[in-house]
Design a protein around this ligand. Sequence first.
Ligand code: GDP
Length: 289
Amino acid sequence: MLDLLTERFSKSLSKLRGVRKLTEKQVNDILRDIRMALLEADVDYDVVKSFLKKVRDRAINEDIKNKLSPADSVVLTVYEELTSILGGEKADLKRGVVIFVGLQGTGKTTTIGKLANFLKNQSFKVAVSSTDVRRPAAMLQLQRLAEKVGVPYYSFDEASPVEIATKALERAKKEGVDYLLIDTAGRLHIDEELMEELKRIKEAVKPSEVIYVADAMQGQEALRALKAFHESITLTGVILTKMDGDARGGVALSVKEAIGVPIKFVGVGEKLEDIEIFYPDRIAQRILG
Ligand code: GDP
């Protein structure tokens, strides 16, 4: 996960070790290294530009008055700005109805299983349901996962997606569920019909969270789809899957700046346990090596 950035950043910043006085050339060299690394990692171009501007402004303005050595000050600045573009604070998952949206094949259903397991292990009462009525196999996949985790799967015969969501919410309330996780249809492409269906489900159950599940390996493509979903139905969070297979990690560094919505979890493998809370500060620290 984020191996490329970790390698490049730590190599570049290690040049500063022991340096007492920074020349402008040294600052420019570091900024150039950082720019190359971020672009190579497939970080959104606008994000790279604004990141570099912030680091440059702070490096130039603060190194004189800062109590730290100039080199430490640059490292600290990069760390703080990295934490900030990764989202700043760790984001919580609000209790209530959590709707999962996204394109087909991104890992949505698997992620719901992982989260159900994660939340159950934290002693929350969890239930899951699927509104993907056009793909019985997808519904069955979630049902099997629910059985494996040991949480109830709510199913309602011959109901429409909106009816399923509504009935699932009624049942969840009756049973005192903390988190009702609802899967939605994932299409191969974004289409109007899908967006309308999602809007109707959202209207019916007033979710506490609308989580977009994105495949990190799809890079900029994932970011475009994410923006389109956010414009249409307003998301509250993002889960990035397949971070284990993506050494670049550009999406992770672009999401917050691009749409202002935090990444809440990352998927790091195919097993039920392979999900991690997204901690911006720890990740920034890891990147700096
Ligand atoms: P959906 O169509 O969006 O519901 O996607 P699925 O949940 O069926 O997942 C599609 C494929 O991605 C499956 O083979 C999953 O095992 C795999 N997958 C999901 N999340 C991850 C992850 O974090 N890492 C890896 N390596 N594979 C994942």
